[in-house]
Ligand binder design. Sequence first.
Ligand code: FDA
Length: 370
Amino acid sequence: MKIYLVVGSGLFGSVFAHEAAKKGHKVTVIEKRNHIGGNIYTKEVDGIQVHQYGAHIFHTSNKKVWDYIQQFAEFNRYTNSPVANYKGKMYNLPFNMNTFSQMWGVRTPQEAMNKINEQRQEMAGKEPQNLEEQAISLIGRDIYEKLVKGYTEKQWGRSAAELPPFIIKRLPVRLTYDNNYFNDDYQGIPVGGYTKMVEKMLDYPNIEIKLNTDFFDKKDEYINNFDKVVYTGMIDKFFDYQLGELEYRSLRFETEEKNLDNYQGNAVINYTERQIPYTRVIEHKHFEFGKGDKDKTIITREYPADWKRGDEPYYPVNNERNNDLYKKYQELAEQQDKVVFGGRLGQYKYYNMDKVIDEALNLSRNLEEK
Ligand code: FDA
């Protein structure tokens, strides 16, 4: 039996803790927030599961991960089909025949392709120098201006003409009337919320959970007192930023209770014009098909924000500078024989939930062999 410390009760830490406990190891999970679950945390308000840190839709094509997660929750059949609001006109997403029909009145895939190709001509023979040109070369000006430009500029806090082209590598176009945002085989939301799912993962007699506990209050003591530490916090902070600071984008959430049954008719509406400062409005009850109080609904406006030390680091900015710096931190991490780094902050990558589960399962398998 080994004694593990897991720093962070997000999905990575919780899957790892579960697997280690199942194999008979003793696990202490410390969490600096006052709740478990990390960013997938949901809180019940008016009978509605509120996604406290942004909309979380589980989707995967990894059958192993999908089968694994079923033991902790029953998943509903929620399918992500966001709608864009541009100056009051509604467009289906992702870009598909519904969108093209709403944009141009076209009806067939051939008509849509002809229109897109005609619009892309604007960039014919030119090498895109910035995100704006890249998007126009992929999808044409109409869709770029109405559905991409403002949203992307809000996300990055900069004009599209100043952003590098590589941010948008592809803009998939779907020539069917299919509003399902993801191409994955499996998709859904855990019935009763993500927190309940994580509670079930951590419900083991040999797992102890300590909330409101920051690893950095007793870093050396923790490392000395445990056989192994699985650290899912920020990798640069672990090393006291000695090589410099990795950059992130942050978010601000503004949540409001409304005395209505149904505010916007969909879980996710994107606001794609620059003038409206938020990017999305989430209406949480639609993730569970309207469950919750009949005369109440909870909405959250999502505002992209610059990040500075102390803010929540939501999205890593994986540009060349940060990726090179992360590699250097990774070299330091490899020299730590008692500490392993996992999850989106420990590995400085945007990971979807399925990938996080997969990585945590891989790590728990590897550790057993040591
Ligand atoms: P996570 O950040 O969740 O957990 C880390 C935990 O460590 C936190 O609880 C933190 O408080 C704790 N911690 C950090 N430092 C500590 C310290 N010093 N001491 C103690 N505790 C410490 N994915 C997907 O599949 N579908 C989706 O729809 C979405 N949607 C989405 C929206 C938004 C806005 C974001 C930012 C992300 C998503 N994701 C997503 C991604 C998803 O959130 C992600 O895959 C997992 O939450 C990552 O889990 P981790 O455990 O790696 O990190």
